[in-house]
Design a protein around this ligand. Sequence first.
Ligand SMILES: O=P(O)(O)O[C@H]1O[C@H](CO)[C@@H](O)[C@H]1O
Ligand SMILES: O=c1cc[nH]c(=O)[nH]1
Length: 257
Amino acid sequence: MATTFYHIGFGRDDLGERAPTIALLSGDPDRAKLIAESYFSDVKMLSEHRGLNSYLGTLPNGRAILSCTSGMGAPSMSIVVNELVQAGVRQIIRIGTCGSIQEHVLPGSVVISRAALCRQGAANDIAPLEYPAAADPFLTVALAEAAQQLGADYHLGITASVDTFYEGQERSESANPHLLRWLRGITEEYRHLNVLNYEMESGTLFKMGGVYGFAAACVCGVIAQRTASERVIFEQKGVAVEQAIKVALRAAEFGPQ
Ligand SMILES: O=P(O)(O)O[C@H]1O[C@H](CO)[C@@H](O)[C@H]1O
Ligand SMILES: O=c1cc[nH]c(=O)[nH]1
């Protein structure tokens, strides 16, 4: 009997004879759609159930590929990734957005995560706290090589992957008037620990890769500069996301298969 996975809204049987083994995973459903419509050929919409938009397509070299949506945060991402792996996916590249916490990591650039400081509750349901949140080395090198070949402004390093956009990333300009004491000063502490950026999915994704046995990697466009302000810099978002997409697509095409 054909299985349609409950959340992603499709199953192996929807993927055809040359079922893809790689998925590009965006937090934002519009990004997943844009990637498929702008960069894939033979695009097929698989599902837009719950806003978890997923598309099947082909890269210029003929490789079958998925562009899927994780939603925001590790709990939603973990559900999508679990079902994608059940559907046969063996490589996942997260294409995200992030906030820089280093002076030299500028808005518009991209960060490729080689590992994550994982401060995420969902990850604790999957592996012990001390389990490494390490990206797949081969896919990560492929991202770095792609960035270099494209002449992208990129940084390779450690990402802080946390559960909340406001409190967890030490934002005080929010509805919450009381930032917990243990979070006050945490961004500066991470800066001194050579963490490059904040985002909200890679840590759990990397642990899932280790436990489930798939290759996980992450490239994020920088859309906030937390050394200067808490705000998202909309003027830099287009270029940041475009660079991240192009880097991921090149790695998917020319990296490990
Ligand atoms: O742009 P996406 O992929 O959603 O990634 C980042 O943006 C969201 C927060 O604004 C979080 O999901 C964070 O990880
Ligand atoms: O500052 C930011 C920007 C995007 N995504 C995040 O998680 N943080």
